[in-house]
Design a protein around this ligand. Structure first.
Ligand code: FES
Length: 224
């Protein structure tokens, strides 16, 4: 059940009280359908934090969801982030306008509490934990030299921008551990094979809803 709605500059976030503990890793998603609304297609939800049986959902959630609405969830679905075990310097970069909210669970999932984290984005969430340093996207290239792991969220149309910010010529030049959450519609979760989420990976088509939405940056094909 949806227990709380909170407002942010990028839309409404939500807290869900679940009947059973769901534990998607960062980058995985849940497909959600709300009872008694006009929702036709399921909404893909990304968990920002888990608290007991409660899930904090990163904004935006559908506008007509209200506290008390029953939400039916399917998942966790897809491939999430898999950072190396020993990460000392983690960089989260959001080119998608989501303030890094879909990436922040990487920090709470990390085993090493001494890890240092920088978030690069257009703007910061109001409740960004103090231990995460916020910097604007123009600092990207400088911070990348410090990172041993990078997690990006972006649309495929921003691939050129990411290469430019990173100072690399081709996707193969990205460190093999660096990963990207592709911001794309995730409608059917692979059940209907609608193809709306297709991504070229190593010169083959893959489905972001099933094979992603997280991929290795160095595996994305150049024509993306
Ligand atoms: S959303 Fe339909 S195949 Fe991916």
């Amino acid at each position: 059940m949806l227990s709380e709605i909170f407002l942010t500059p990028i839309g409404r976030g939500a807290r869900l009280s679940c009947a059973s503990a769901l534990r998607p890793i960062a980058g995985q998603y849940l497909l959600a359908h709300a009872e008694g609304t006009h929702q036709v297609l399921p909404a893909a939800l990304f968990v920002r934090a888990a608290d007991g049986m409660d899930l904090v959902i990163a904004p935006p959630v559908p506008e007509d969801w209200l506290p008390g609405t029953e939400i039916y969830l399917r998942g966790p679905l897809g491939n999430g982030f898999h950072p190396p075990i020993a990460v000392r310097h983690m960089v989260l970069a959001d080119l998608s306008g989501h303030q890094g909210q879909r990436l922040l669970k990487l920090v709470s999932d990390a085993a090493d509490t001494s890890m240092e984290t920088v978030l690069l984005s257009d703007s910061a969430p109001a409740d960004l934990p103090l231990e995460i340093e916020f910097l604007p996207l123009k600092a990207f290239n400088e911070v990348l030299a410090w990172a041993d792991y990078l997690a990006v969220e972006m649309g495929l149309q921003q691939m050129n921008l990411l290469r430019e910010l990173s100072g690399v010529q081709t996707n193969r030049d990205f460190h093999s551990a660096f990963e990207v959450l592709v911001d794309t519609p995730l409608i059917c979760g692979g059940i209907a094979s609608c193809g709306v989420c297709s991504v070229r990976v190593n010169n083959h088509w893959q489905l972001a809803c099933k094979d992603g939405p997280v991929f290795r940056l160095s595996h994305l094909s150049e024509d993306e």
